[in-house]
Design a protein. Structure first.
Length: 663
């Protein structure tokens, strides 16, 4: 056995922070690595030591094995924890660590190599007797062979990258005519994300649950499982909500799936933490999906119901110690649910969002845990994954965990980039989720292609925001009025003070008359008027009475706008009277702008080409995913402005389409 004294965390964000906290609790020194974009990131500040590893793009920093190894050697680290993502499932990285005398806190190179290739792993699982989804996983990778295999299996099918995961390099295909394009996109995305374009084809199991088993193995031959997690609520094959235990699990089914997961781990001589993922059908049949040879994003729900620290277990096993727990000693206590907070816009097809975090106000409370990698003032970068935090709730029952999690989200705010916070609150309230009946089809069935479409903001919400805006601006004025006696501030000898300004919130635009009263303000929006009193406030939270009804809000005021988060919605209310507007009209559908910061991989049209509405114009890569940009109108390409192969900013001009005369 070898005692670890200093760990380098080859990752960033919330997982780097999470590993650092456990290492510190064990008395182990920590080393962070960071790209130029992460120089001031929380994980850098939290670690005992930090080493720069290059420019922001992952291919020049976090994915460069030599830079990570050099950082470990220079810092005196004797072990490396890969976290998840990046190099965590890279067999060459595990080997490089071992070759350089570093303890790799993860499984052996062979296990990563086999399980990291969906084709090889599926062949290995079939040989080990683990149930698998029917499909094609052979070496012939020609388009013609893949298309023929898909037709033989029977549509719908999943086209999947053999390497990697996280929904990248994956396409669901319902029609034969779409196979060629799906294969092209999946292969391109896989090559960019994982450096391998090898694909497999699998029968698409309709409306299953996604259930995974947490396994642990030590170097002494002991392999156990720690129960299951239900990760069915996904969009674009990326998990959004996870819970433990699975709502429909039975002791017999848990034993069967657990045994299959243990067999899968034994088949590749596994050691350390791993997760065996299955598709579970309503009749109890289950099929091997893949094995993640690392710690999972959703590991906190397992920690919550088992009482174990999985990172501490990883470190102990990496040191050569036997596992301190047997299968018979594993107990599942209560229920835990986790949500992933993403910087993305659910109203815009969940497009990733970037920008400065103006305010991060995480929740607190009994049974609540927050794993985050941001603070107020952080930058959400286009170079990395869109997940910025995880919120986990534990309860003695599922109902209690769900109640606590909902309340926690309602008291959470992240202002700056758009987030899925309101979407998560809505998803938790849906009957299918409340009843524990959600499958992998939950988001599509509940929200369709449009995603979450918010109702128009209520006048009460806008009035409350205006009251906070007026109050904050008045406080700024008071603070600067050093020559005026406090009793004379806001005093008038003629009548109550009244102001007028134009405000906008979403599509709602109103001229508001604000009458200041002794106990607050009256906000007159024309059709309605609301008395608003701020009973208590600090720099981020306020308690209000709106027409006598109590309300709580988190807020942040900029010069010409105020961000607010109530228990159900996040809004931005702009004071248009303070904004100098140079252009009131937005460009028409002929102006094609980048929907986000990203790398422009391809433009599929040329100047002079005739295009139709819905036709693919370009492919943009952002936050590890590829996004097709489609034409909004019929017309002719008049200008191509953006450079293919380079990073472009959000709202950058890509091309222009001229409509035909008379249209």
């Amino acid at each position: 056995m070898t005692e670890i004294s200093r760990i380098l965390i080859a990752n960033r964000g919330e997982i780097a922070c999470r590993v650092i906290r456990t290492a510190k609790a064990l008395g182990i020194k920590t080393v962070a690595v960071y790209s130029d974009a992460d120089a001031d990131a929380p994980h850098v500040r939290l670690a005992d030591q930090a080493v720069p590893i290059g420019p922001a793009p992952v291919g020049e920093s976090y994915l460069v094995i030599d830079k990570i190894i050099d950082a470990a050697r220079a810092s005196g680290a004797d072990a490396v924890h890969p976290g998840y993502g990046f190099l965590s499932e890279n067999a060459a990285f595990a080997k490089a660590c071992t070759d350089n005398g570093l303890i790799f806190i993860g499984p052996p190179e062979h296990a990563i190599e086999v399980m990291g290739d969906k084709a090889r792993s599926k062949r290995a699982m079939l040989e080990a007797g683990v149930p698998c989804v029917p499909g094609y996983q052979d070496e012939d990778q020609s388009d013609a062979t893949l298309i023929a295999a898909a037709k033989e299996i029977g549509l719908p099918v999943m086209v999947k990258a053999a390497a990697g995961g996280g929904g990248r390099g994956m396409r669901l295909v319902h029609k034969a005519k779409d196979l060629e394009n799906a294969i092209k996109l999946a292969r391109s995305e896989a090559e960019n994300a994982f450096g391998s374009g090898v694909l497999i084809i699998e029968k698409a199991v309709q409306q299953p649950r996604h259930v995974e088993i947490q396994v642990f193995a030590d170097a002494h031959g002991q392999v156990i499982h720690l129960g299951e997690r239900d990760c069915s609520v996904q969009r674009r094959h990326q998990k959004v909500i996870e819970e433990a235990p699975c709502p429909v699990m039975t002791p017999i089914l848990r034993a069967e799936m657990g045994a299959a997961a243990v067999a899968a781990a034994r088949a590749v001589d596994y050691c350390g933490a791993g997760t065996v993922e299955f598709l579970l059908e309503s009749d109890g049949a289950f099929y091997f999906l893949e094995m993640n040879t690392r710690l999972q994003v959703e590991h906190p729900v397992t920690e919550a119901v088992t009482g174990l620290d999985l990172v501490a277990l990883q470190i102990a096993v990496a040191e050569g110690k036997p596992m301190p727990i047997t299968q018979e000693e594993v107990r599942l206590n209560g229920h835990a649910i986790e949500v992933r907070l993403y910087a993305e816009d659910p109203e815009q097809d969940f497009l990733p969002a970037t920008g400065k975090v103006l305010l991060w106000s995480p929740p607190e409370g009994d049974g609540i845990r927050v794993d985050d990698g941001i603070v107020t003032g952080s930058d959400v970068s286009p170079f990395y994954d869109a997940m910025v935090a995880k919120i986990i709730a534990w309860g003695e029952t599922r109902a209690m965990a769900l109640k606590r999690l909902t309340a926690a989200l309602e008291s959470t705010a992240l202002f700056g980039p758009a987030t899925n916070r309101d979407f998560l609150i809505d998803a938790l309230s849906q009957p299918a989720f409340q009843d524990g009946a959600a499958t992998t089809a939950f988001i599509d069935e509940t929200y369709g292609q449009a995603g979450l479409q918010k109702d128009a903001p209520t006048h009460e919400t806008v009035a409350a925001a205006i009251a906070l805006d007026v109050s904050q601006r008045r406080q700024v004025a008071h603070n600067s009025a050093i020559a005026v006696h406090p009793d004379l501030l806001d005093w008038s000898s003629t009548h109550d003070l009244e102001s007028s300004a134009e405000y906008a919130c979403g599509n709602l635009r109103k001229t508001a008359r604000v009458l200041r009263k002794l106990d607050g303000v009256c906000v007159d929006l024309g059709e309605t008027a609301h008395d608003v009193a701020i009973t208590q406030s600090d720099h981020r939270r306020a308690e209000l009475l709106i027409q006598g009804d109590a309300a709580s809000m988190i807020y942040h005021r900029e010069e010409d706008r105020i961000h607010i988060a109530s228990d159900r919605e996040t809004r931005v209310v702009e004071n248009l009277s303070l904004r100098l507007r140079t252009n009131d009209e937005e460009g028409g559908g002929g102006t094609v702008l980048s929907p986000m910061h990203g790398k422009l991989l391809e433009i599929t049209v040329a100047v002079g080409d005739r295009v139709t509405k819905g036709q693919k114009l370009a492919i943009l890569e952002a936050m590890k995913m590829q996004h097709e940009i489609l034409a909004e109108i019929d017309g002719t390409v008049e200008l191509i402005a953006a450079p293919v192969g380079e990073q472009i900013a959000a709202d950058a001009l890509i091309l222009e389409i001229a409509t035909d005369e008379g249209e």
